[in-house]
Design a protein around this ligand. Structure first.
Ligand code: M6P
Ligand code: ZN
Length: 183
């Protein structure tokens, strides 16, 4: 009774650890189709990690009112002139929003509305990003080291990857004259 206990899962430094944390890895081969010059990904590079996501999903997927928490670690690199990036998605439950925040490294959060209008927000340690419903979101690493960012989203948001798989984003984040540009 009236006990004070240790939490099961902790966010320590840049790591999310605990028995209930789920870890997924996406290799360059897994996300090959998102890159314009994907023929540049060699068989050897296909096994290379592009990013890892650690998530705490304390509610059953689809539960209204619940929240999920994730840390994504995105490696540095280029496929041709395009920065390593996450797959990107709309939410299946279209009106649900999400927070992203920068933890380590430098990146750009690419936001696209349903009409295809694009906006990029600089991501850096401490940057905070509100992603409203009906906005597709993807993060690119524009630095030479790992980019880590946090995410918090509703447990009934879901992921819709199909629209992005079919049409992509209307602009790509490319390294042009040494600088990131949305083209
Ligand atoms: C964040 C959250 C997750 C998402 C992950 C990777 O942690 O938005 O829901 O899965 O980034 O992004 P994606 O699913 O687009 O590859
Ligand atoms: Zn999302």
């Amino acid at each position: 009774m009236n006990q004070i206990i240790m939490p099961e899962n902790i966010f320590i430094g840049k790591n999310l650890v605990g028995n209930e944390i789920e870890h997924i890895t996406r290799t360059l081969g897994d996300i090959r189709s998102i890159f314009e010059q994907n023929d540049r990904i060699t068989a050897q590079q296909a096994d290379q990690t592009a990013y890892k996501v650690s998530s705490y999903l304390p509610e059953k997927e689809g539960t209204p009112g619940g929240l999920y928490f994730g840390i994504t670690r995105l490696c540095a690199g280029l496929v041709g002139d395009e920065y390593f990036m996450t797959k990107g998605h709309f939410h299946a439950n279209t009106d649900t929003a999400e927070f992203y925040w920068g933890i380590e490294g430098e990146g750009v959060l690419i936001l696209m509305d349903e009409q295809g209008n694009i906006k990029g927000e600089r991501m850096f340690p401490g940057s905070l990003h509100y992603i409203p419903g009906r906005i597709a979101h993807r993060v690119a690493n524009v630095s030479d080291s790992t980019l880590s960012f946090g995410a918090c989203w509703p447990s009934n948001a879901g992921h819709n990857y199909d629209i992005i798989e079919q049409n992509g984003f209307t602009a790509r984040l490319k390294k042009m004259n040494g600088k990131p540009q949305l083209i």
